[in-house]
Design a binder for this molecule. Structure first.
Ligand code: ACO
Length: 323
């Protein structure tokens, strides 16, 4: 018998305000056509002025708990992937814990930018596999609209806000690739690439800062590293690309998503795509896409899923799981 971390619930939350590409034409030298053709993005959601990352995370967590038919008191741990926590401390995860009315268990944030959800899933899997937790809420939530430089057309049109969550539960499996749950993970980072994607502020530099990105350089790393990490995780799971039902990639750019699928030898019919409606929501993009994929009827129990993501660090990784 092998202890597996099985997804038993999924949910998401998107802020009410939807911003179409055309809105940027009023203040920036840009166009709907440029944004669509270079990134695949058509619109994104932005949080209200008084809406925070922990509040959005809580809404997504509540939806995941509801879909699993579980209550917050049955959860042992919360892992929240975010680079845009409400406060410097405490963690946004502990705020979610209190907003859910939980007085048991433990909660912490994981910061690996756009790869954050893959890192969080991997941590949750380790907690469950080692017997430290039976039920873990894994959330990705971001308010990237707070760190945009609204005068920089090369970044501010690409990002959005939102949250997604999964509830994982320990279940026994046979130890084969047919088991439900997380089958394998692969995590990587290389800090030499800091200057390609970073925020030029932080606590020890006494500012909030804005996101800075050399988009075309990040692009160059993305397809190769994403296909490689997906391949590694699949091999660890004892599966191959032909076994995959769905790729659920980090939603940064449709061209990266298409390039990675092609490199993996898979058609776009096997990819869950939400980038057109959400933009890049960093650590929230994968759980958002998973939850939307279930809602659309794409993802079904028993499906083999590969998630992969790359972001600031650079940090990248993949998780293979059977839904
Ligand atoms: N509207 C019009 N023109 C623009 C815009 C805009 N919004 N933004 C940039 N341009 C211009 C540039 O100024 C440049 O003009 P120039 O040739 O006169 O200098 C031209 O368009 C081409 O710019 P590139 O940056 O080379 O365009 P590219 O085709 O690479 O697309 C993009 C840019 C969409 C950013 C792409 O490189 C990309 O998606 N990169 C990866 C982003 C990513 O995956 N990030 C990782 C996750 S994010 C995270 O971790 C937080």
């Amino acid at each position: 018998m092998t202890r597996r971390a099985v997804v038993i619930g999924a949910g998401h939350y998107l802020p009410e305000r939807i911003v179409e590409n055309a809105e940027f034409e009023a203040t920036l030298d840009t166009s709907d056509e440029w944004i669509r053709s270079r990134s695949g993005i058509e619109r994104r959601h932005f949080a209200a002025e008084d809406e925070t990352t922990s509040q959005m995370a809580t809404r997504a967590a509540e939806a995941a708990l509801k879909s699993a038919g579980r209550s917050a008191s049955e959860v042992d741990a919360i892992i929240l992937a975010t680079s845009t926590a409400d406060l410097t401390f405490p963690s946004a995860a502990t705020m979610v814990q209190s907003q859910l009315g939980m007085t048991n268990g433990f909660a912490f944030d994981v910061q690996a930018v756009c790869a954050g959800f893959v890192y969080a899933l991997s941590n949750a899997n380790a907690l469950i596999a080692s017997g430290q937790a039976d039920r873990v809420l894994v959330i990705g939530a971001e308010t990237f609209s707070r760190i945009m430089d609204w005068t920089d057309r090369s970044t501010c049109v690409l990002f959005g806000d939102g949250a997604g969550a999964l509830l994982l539960e320990a279940q026994d499996g046979a130890g084969t690739a047919d088991d439900r749950g997380i089958l394998a993970t692969d995590l990587n980072s290389d800090g030499r690439y800091k200057d390609l994607l970073y925020v030029d502020g932080g606590v020890s530099t006494q500012s909030t800062g804005h996101l800075r990105m050399q988009g075309n350089q990040v692009f160059r790393h993305a397809v190769e590293k994403l296909a490689a990490t997906a391949h590694t995780a699949l091999a660890r799971a004892g599966a191959s690309a032909e076994d995959v039902d769905w790729i659920v990639p980090h939603q940064a750019n449709i061209r990266i998503i298409q390039g990675t699928a092609k490199k993996m030898g898979l058609s776009m019919d096997k990819v869950v795509v939400t980038v057109q409606d959400h933009g890049n929501t960093s650590a929230a993009s994968i759980p958002l896409a998973l939850s939307v994929g279930v809602e659309r009827g794409q993802i079904k129990p028993g499906n083999l899923i590969v998630t992969e993501a790359i972001g600031g660090g650079l940090a990248w990784g993949a998780v293979v799981l059977r839904w």
